[in-house]
Write a protein that binds this ligand. Structure first.
Ligand SMILES: Nc1ncnc2c1ncn2[C@@H]1O[C@H](COP(=O)(O)OP(=O)(O)OP(=O)(O)O)[C@@H](O)[C@H]1O
Length: 345
């Protein structure tokens, strides 16, 4: 049985459907991310799990028990917010103890849980400080410890790293994931940051306009997305129409390339930058129209006939100048997208 089981969960606000009927199963110990653009219904989904928004329909179960009619305080679910939401007039220790006191957890048990959370969140040096005496990253660790002491059935994260600078965000991603593994809980993380989702998740659920578009491991969704939406939303890609014949496709700028499944007739391809190898070639069918030096790679904009493509190159060569003629080669079989009804070419 899945640890968290959501079936047909729906939310309507007057004439807006914030969430169409949605199913989601999450296994014990999984780290799942809901990823999607602003307004796609991620927060509404979390708020219904928490019990602060009432669903218009559907059911939520944890370990088989229905919880969607319980008030928030009767659900054993903790949430870590983007704004930390620490009590400013309480020390770190006071913040950690607050929820436990409210729940009337016995004193000895409070001490044990707080000591454990302080240790795994690396907060030993800060327990007597007030929130205003802590950096953003330290405050976020306190917010996390405050959630962990509750020993929740489910830990929810609502864009918890988005107030922090890029470097700190990256290091906290690892801390957070390490913590999730050590605590052994089940986590549901919400973000619109695709790098964060790719770096942290066991599984990503891609959402758009109140619906789940598709879900899979970061690797599956990056290498073999079903939809154009996912291909575009998760990393960079060039979407190209081609004509397939068996395991090859004829490309619109000439030549053929291997494809990752057998097909015949018109197909849509999602070509990641690293799938295209470019070679300086005065007779080439394409030309460099721009480049960005990213350190580990150079990202080229390439024009092939009327098509604008993205290709990356790694190694030590300096960037090819804009205007250089190049030939294009498939570095791997190109990915064929599913033909999804309603998805514009
Ligand atoms: N209380 C409300 N009343 C009316 N419409 C609402 C309400 N809350 C959310 N919505 C609408 O529901 C849709 C989904 O909103 P939601 O906040 O869940 O999106 P989100 O994906 O979390 O976006 P963001 O990343 O910007 O927070 C949006 O169209 C929003 O305008």
């Amino acid at each position: 049985m899945p640890h968290l089981q959501v079936t047909g969960l729906t939310k309507r606000f007057a004439d807006t459907v914030a969430l169409h009927p949605t199913d989601l199963d999450v296994e014990q110990g999984e780290f799942i991310t809901l990823l999607g653009p602003s307004g796609c219904g991620k927060s509404t989904f979390l708020r219904m799990l928490m019990g602060i928004t009432t669903p218009s329909g559907g059911e939520i179960r944890i370990a088989g028990t229905r919880i969607d009619r319980l008030p928030p305080e009767k659900r054993n679910i903790a949430m870590v917010f983007q704004s930390y939401a620490l009590f400013p007039h309480m020390s770190v220790l006071g913040n950690l103890a607050f929820g436990l006191k409210m729940k009337k957890v016995p004193k000895a048990e409070q001490t044990r849980r707080i000591a454990h959370a302080v240790r795994i969140c690396n907060l030993d040096a800060y327990v007597d400080r007030m929130p205003r005496q802590l950096s953003g990253g330290q405050q976020q660790r306190v917010a996390l410890a405050r959630a962990i002491v509750m020993e929740p059935d489910l830990l929810l994260f609502d864009e918890p790293l988005s107030n922090l600078d890029a470097k700190l965000r990256e290091s906290l991603r690892e801390d957070l994931l390490g913590l999730h593994r050590r605590v052994g809980g089940t986590s549901l993380y919400v973000t619109h940051d695709q790098d964060e989702a790719m770096a942290m998740s066991d599984r990503i659920v891609v959402m758009n306009e109140g619906r789940v578009v598709e879900s899979g491991t970061p690797f599956e969704l990056y290498r073999a997305p079903r939809s154009r939406f996912t291909a575009r939303f998760l990393g960079r890609t060039s979407l190209i129409e081609a004509i397939a014949s068996g395991n090859e496709a004829r490309l619109p700028w000439g030549g053929t390339a291997p494809i990752d499944r057998s097909a015949s007739g018109p197909v849509s391809l999602s070509i990641r930058p690293e799938d295209l190898r470019i070679e300086a070639d005065t007779q080439g069918a394409a030309a460099i129209s721009g480049h960005q030096f990213l350190g580990a790679a150079i990202l080229y904009s390439v024009k092939a006939g009327e098509h604008q493509l993205i290709a990356s190159a790694t190694g030590h060569a300096s960037p090819l100048p804009v205007g250089s003629r190049v030939s294009l080669h498939a570095a791997a079989p190109l990915h064929v997208l599913d033909a999804i009804e309603g998805e514009a070419a």
